[in-house]
Design a protein. Sequence first.
Length: 60
Amino acid sequence: MIARLHKEVVSILRTPDVRERFARDGTEVVAGSPEEFDAYIRAEIVKWAKVVKSAGIQAE
């Protein structure tokens, strides 16, 4: 199911009109694999956890 959804979304994101609309909004289309997205999210969690810890940010 994930592979099929990914294939369809990438197909849509690669259309010229969708890319143009995102570009107008200042957004770059990146259509990587689900595994690349997973790696990106995991890296972001680690990065921002360090920022939160070093800044002493606490949830209220």
